[in-house]
Design a protein around this ligand. Structure first.
Ligand code: PMP
Length: 376
């Protein structure tokens, strides 16, 4: 206390340098706020901007969540029941499974464990923004190896950069571009010395094998999965990771003990009992993806990229991305627009139910007339 006059706490001056430069995470906008701003009723909105599941939760999950469960107690910090059920679901030992408040939380814990200030992590944009956000939060150097013109990965660039990196984060299918990580490239990345995090948030909609079983015994690989897309539980916040038991143990040590709420546990367990219903819905949504891609392409000004996920990234050849997003919003259809140079002429839309998608196609035709008449 010999430093002379003490001054009052100044949050700006005290802020960690890594946070000072942190742009806030640009998440999905709040439904009711956007609806009010665009003069539409929230209950009429067809919400396709968050890659959520238009069918909502599985019937057994809804019933269980409406039932009686002990919310006055703390949940099991070691998540025994849920890890056992997930082990059966994925076909791995429960010792290789760990659960988070969304896969977002598990991704952040991987940073907590392995990424120090100044360490390098690798992403391939355009991609899910959370890796970059967490990287900056932890003071890491986020190295981008951008995807090519057709959104393929730059394999050689990634392998070169991975050699000096602590971790590589790649979704498969990728958000927002929809394509898969080639397995041969994954194999080569595993040899680089970096932790390879493959984020399979959308794998249930893809014609592809999950790498989760491989991850259970491969210390260089962590596979992330979630209940937010296939499971229709985005608001409940449950995701899980499959990885070597040694990494699971580290996560259990470094996580907040009660990270998965009792409600999340109840909802997730009941969801797994209804896996067949959710698989059927995922199948319908994957079929809708192909139907919508064809119908949108037929409009002549919307060019969807091939996708293995529950959404389509569409290039717009005639009108500006923001103008289309806004015109759709005024008619109650919410899609995602990204304000980045490479995606400025794109929108991303997840699949609604077949009935919703029929309406979406009508709305696209209306938008074409409106923007065309405005001289677009
Ligand atoms: N990974 C990817 C690739 C995603 O697109 C998303 C959702 N936008 C998430 C993870 C987040 O999943 P969760 O809701 O489980 O945190």
């Amino acid at each position: 206390m010999a430093r002379g006059k003490t001054s009052r706490f100044d949050p700006e001056a005290a802020l960690r340098p890594a946070i000072r430069a942190l742009p806030g995470y640009q998440g999905v906008e709040d439904l009711e706020t956007v609806a009010a701003a665009y003069g539409v009723r929230a209950e009429d909105v067809i919400k396709l901007d968050g890659n959520e599941n238009p069918y909502g939760p599985a019937p057994r999950a809804l019933a269980a969540l409406r039932g009686d469960y002990p919310v006055h107690r703390y949940p099991d910090a070691e998540q025994r029941k849920l890890r056992a059920a997930l082990g059966r679901h994925v076909g791995v030992d429960p010792a290789s499974v760990v659960v988070g408040a969304g896969s977002d939380e598990l991704i952040e814990i991987l940073f907590r464990l392995f990424v120090d200030a100044g360490d390098r992590i690798l992403v391939a944009t355009p991609t899910f923004g959370m890796y970059d956000f967490d990287g900056r939060l932890h003071g890491a150097e986020v190295v981008d190896v951008p995807r090519t013109e057709d959104w393929s990965l730059d394999a050689e660039g990634l392998l070169d950069a991975a050699a000096g990196a602590r971790a590589v984060f790649i979704p498969s299918p990728n958000n927002p571009t929809g394509g898969l990580l080639p397995v041969a490239l994954a194999e080569r990345l595993l040899e680089t010395g970096a932790l390879v995090v493959i984020d399979e948030a959308y794998i249930e909609f893809a014609h592809a094998e999950s790498l989760a079983r491989r991850a259970a015994t491969e210390p260089a690989l962590a596979v992330m999965r979630t209940f937010s897309k296939w499971g229709g539980l985005a608001g409940l916040r449950v995701g899980y990771g499959v990885m070597a038991p040694a990494i699971v143990d580290l996560i259990l040590r470094a996580k907040q003990p009660y990270n998965v709420s009792i409600a999340a546990e109840v909802g997730a367990l009941a969801t797994l009992e209804d896996a067949a219903v959710l698989d059927d819905r995922a199948c319908v949504l994957a079929g809708e993806r192909e139907r919508m891609a064809k119908a949108l392409r037929a409009l002549g000004w919307v060019a969807p990229w091939p996708s293995e996920a529950n959404f389509l990234l569409c290039r717009l050849t005639r009108f500006d991305g923001r103008a289309v997003r806004d015109a759709l919003r005024r008619r109650g259809v919410f899609v995602r627009y990204f304000e980045t140079p490479r995606l400025r002429d794109h929108i991303r839309m997840s699949m609604g139910t077949p009935e919703q998608n029929d309406r979406v196609l009508e709305v696209f035709a209306e938008v074409e007339r409106e923007l065309g008449a405005a001289g677009g």
